[in-house]
Design a protein around this ligand. Structure first.
Ligand SMILES: N[C@@H](CCC(=O)N[C@@H](CS)C(=O)NCC(=O)O)C(=O)O
Length: 213
């Protein structure tokens, strides 16, 4: 398999975690978002949306990380990243969607570049935007994690699920934007625990070949 991504991309990062958890090997192709390579014709031939990640698996070109993660789960079911019961799967998908649908997209590079370059929003206000929407999301996530009394060290249950694949990159992004996480102890604890696992550590942006040395 070949993953078209970028070291710092949260959506590529969540895909790397899932691939690693499944024990799947893959080649990395870096699409330099800082240089807007995702908008060039060569990449848009792979994904007309101009967004990473894209995962090539034989003759299949997979796009949209939530769909890629679900595809991985279906095609490589072991180890499972979704619980066995329907209610559990609903919770894991809902936690994932809180991040993937409601937090990440509004703090994405193209949104921030639009604020900066087309609406002339000052950098301080762009940061205020990021902090506002990330914090809103973390407040709700923290409540969800705290209220689940059967939860182990992960977002759900005693083993990693898709929700952890989403959470750890979002925490990483929050730290990069200097969002204060001290009010979210459960979020921070899940993050710390996941980072002890090789699958997560190997997916970390700073150990990717295209990260600055
Ligand atoms: N919903 C898409 C979002 C993908 C996405 O936003 N990718 C970002 C990197 S995390 C990107 O390629 N951004 C390019 C840009 O903002 O121009 C997915 O989950 O795959």
């Amino acid at each position: 398999m070949t993953l078209y991504g970028y070291f710092r991309s949260s959506t590529a990062y969540r895909t790397r975690i899932a691939l690693n958890l499944k024990g799947l090997s893959y080649d990395n192709v870096s699409v330099n978002l800082a240089q807007d390579k995702q908008l060039e014709a060569e990449f848009k031939a792979l994904n007309p949306q101009g967004l990473v990640p894209v995962l090539q698996a034989d003759d299949l070109l997979l796009y949209q990380s939530p769909a890629i993660l679900e595809w991985l789960e279906e095609v490589y079911p072991t180890p499972a990243l979704l619980p066995k019961d329907a209610a559990g799967r609903m919770h894991v998908r809902a936690l994932s969607a809180m991040i993937g649908c409601d937090m990440h997209p509004i703090n994405n590079r193209r949104i921030l570049q639009y604020l900066r370059n087309e609406l002339s929003v000052e950098e301080e206000d762009v940061m205020a935007w990021c902090h506002r929407w990330m914090s809103d999301g973390f407040v709700a996530l923290e409540q969800r994690l705290a209220s689940n009394k059967t939860r182990g060290d992960f977002c759900y249950g005693d083993s990693p699920t898709l929700a952890d694949c989403y959470l750890i990159p979002q925490v990483s992004s929050a730290r990069r934007f200097k969002v204060d996480l001290s009010a979210y102890p459960n979020v921070v604890a899940v993050d710390a625990h996941c980072r002890t696992l090789k699958a997560f550590a190997d997916a970390d942006p700073m150990v990717q070949p295209d990260a600055p040395q």
